[in-house]
Ligand binder design. Structure first.
Ligand SMILES: [Zn+2]
Ligand SMILES: [Zn+2]
Length: 257
């Protein structure tokens, strides 16, 4: 049984549907209303789901909370996450080991409200999203780069079937070198999907990962910024064709001006 880090009660599995075609299982505390999200799950639910989650709750007296503030998966002490993707009045507790996140129901609604408002702003002004990390909690970035998802990617890529599928689903990206320090990458997919790009300068060890489409789309565009001039880079795009199954494109390369 997973234990709620906030109030010490048991967490119960609760199925939510981020969109009509997919569902995912969260660990929810019926006592305090808090929700535990494994690795990148927190970015997959919207405001409506957050509001629905808030309706499942027993208790309103916050003075009785006596949780251990530990990760329900591996008992690591949770740390408060900060960054421009998280409003100042919202507390997101994060596990440095498994990248899971714990949020109370009230904070979850504030967070999702802020995220959707920011997304609407970009959409309304027709601004491409150069910094999705300003909207999304960066857990996706870390989990793809170093965590379990990356292993999934590798495993999936071993199978030839998955390679063929990726080739059929993802178009060859157009890479426009727009300046010495940035490029625009765009591609299409045959099915609406979320996507991210992983890129790395020649000789660099740690790759950078940036989410591209956080809402399912067939058109994917991202601006890679803060690149080093006159440097060769390699990149690969990833899509989540079905929940939990991530497939990657072949590796492409470009050189900055
Ligand atoms: Zn609780
Ligand atoms: Zn953990």
């Amino acid at each position: 049984m997973l234990i709620c880090p906030k109030c010490g009660h048991n967490l119960t599995p609760l199925t939510v549907k981020p969109d009509p075609e997919s569902s995912m299982e969260l660990d929810h505390c019926y006592y305090c209303g808090g929700v535990w999200f494994d690795h990148y799950e927190i970015n997959r639910i919207g405001l409506t789901e957050a509001e629905k989650l808030a309706s499942h709750k027993k208790m309103d007296n916050t003075s009785n909370y006596s949780g251990n503030n530990q990760c329900p998966r591996d008992n690591t002490k949770l740390l408060r996450k900060t960054g421009e993707s998280i409003p100042q009045n919202v507390t997101v507790l994060s596990c440095p080991v498994c990248n899971g996140n714990f949020v109370t129901q009230k904070d979850l609604i504030h967070l999702k409200d802020a995220q959707s408002k920011r997304l609407d702003y970009f959409k309304a002004w027709n601004i491409p999203l150069p910094k999705l990390s300003s909207i999304l909690i960066s857990v996706l970035i870390f989990s793809i780069a170093i965590g379990g998802v990356f292993l999934t990617v590798r495993n999936v890529e071993k199978s030839q079937e998955a390679r063929i599928k990726a080739k059929e689903t993802i178009s060859v990206p157009t890479i426009i070198v727009s300046s010495a320090n940035s490029v625009v990458v765009s591609f299409t997919t045959t099915i609406p999907t979320q996507s991210s790009v992983v890129y790395k300068a020649e000789g660099e060890v740690e790759p950078h990962t940036i989410p591209i489409s956080i809402e399912k789309s067939i058109n994917h565009t991202v601006v890679l910024q803060n690149l080093t001039s006159q440097t060769s880079y390699t990149l690969k795009v990833y899509i989540e064709e079905v929940p939990g199954e991530i497939i990657g494109s072949p590796t492409y390369s470009f050189t900055t001006n």
